[in-house]
Design a protein around this ligand. Sequence first.
Ligand code: F0G
Length: 480
Amino acid sequence: MNVMLSTGKRIPVEMHKVRIVQQTRLVPIRRRLEAVTEAGYNTFLLRTKDVFLDMLTDSGTNAMSDNQLAAMMVSDDAYAGSESFYKLADAVKDVLGFSYTMPVHQGRAAEHLLAKVFVKPGDAVVMNYHFTTTKAHFELAGATVLELYTDEALNTQSTNPFRGNLDLRKFKEAIEKYGAARIQLVRMEATTNLIGGQPFSIKNLREVKALAAEHGIPLVFDGSLISENAYFIKEREPEYANWSIAEIVREMMSVVDIFYLSARKSASVRGGMIATNNKEYYDRLLAWLPVYEGFATYGGMSTKEIEAMAVGLREMTDVNVAGASPQLIEYFVGRLLENGIPVVTPPGGLACHLDAKRFVPHLPQSEYPAGALAAAIYLASGIRSMERGTISMDRDASGNEVYADLELARLAVPRRVYTMSHIEYAVDRLTWLYRHASLVKGLRFVEEPKVLRFFFGRLEAVDDWGAKLAGAFETELGPE
Ligand code: F0G
């Protein structure tokens, strides 16, 4: 909850108390240099024993509640007909309003099934923005992914409250160009991960639905961060200021044909799900569920996680749960702005994003500025962030680089995991790094996988800049 102090300053105060802890440690700068070198300058390849604050992602890393942990103890480990599934189905009906629920092992499994069932080569799918796994699945199925974001979406210094909106004019043009029959679905991602966790408004969602419905195109909703998107609607769309998160969620769902999510985020577990009220869609998807995931009542998930997911879906509609990360991120972004650090605005839903094009402006996209910045952040702080830029794009069919629209280093703020002093530490080290940004040089691939190269690709530092940055750190700040 944001609380006004007597000094007039507003701070996010945690509406939970810490009752289980996990120790972390900050290894010295010399070890960090070894570790990042061993990891091929790819933060995905670091081991957590070398990481102080793990801000790689909020996926599967949120703190679970006491009620979620308790629910895991009573799970029903049946292969078929598990009572745990029926608790999930009840929660989905109550919170989201859907009658058909299909667990899958995580979000990309839902995308795999949707791509398999809905598209064939030559088709197109429309999105407010792509996510890495979404794009991979739809393209592997032969579809063209059309990202119809607004002109404001790529402005990293925006004050626009809804940078995740889909551009209606572009949607109309796409329908004219491709023909409605070739556009198999329109997907709205709440909140748009790769452009900085930016939400869309209910107004925009309704307009997208109206146009899609006119042309018989189903609306698919990626609700991985549904509660955060609902929180932003409450905060930023005046008409909904007095609505509860639960009401806003139901309002959004009233226009959705197929819902899916990575339950690793808003629902604070490890799993995923597809839900719908359309029996025909359900049946078509269900046919493939046992082939790729598992039987209809577990879909590749542990029943323990299914129990916790049922609780997590209900808990995410509490405004203090939905707002926990957005408020800490807003504070984080505000503190960085005070120090003049190029950070993405407005603050988004899953992370604080640094704009690498402005942080290390001397690096061309061919040298992967966001990847270099993520490695430099680890060196300067022991904090693990994630590259969300050109490394996260794969080469095209002819082997050419596809430059990302944005070059971001993402510092995820998993829900209820980190505290204000962690954020202050991060702000300090990022400020130090910004002052030494000219020491950061580019990266080049040493080993480059063809698909989703950002996961396992290995790179090296041009001119051995990592050692130079570590040397400057040690001279000014000492061994840690
Ligand atoms: N959709 C969105 C919007 C996501 O953010 C993710 C995952 C997925 C789908 C895929 O779900 O990982 O459960 O298979 N985002 C993670 C992240 C990986 O770190 O942002 P998944």
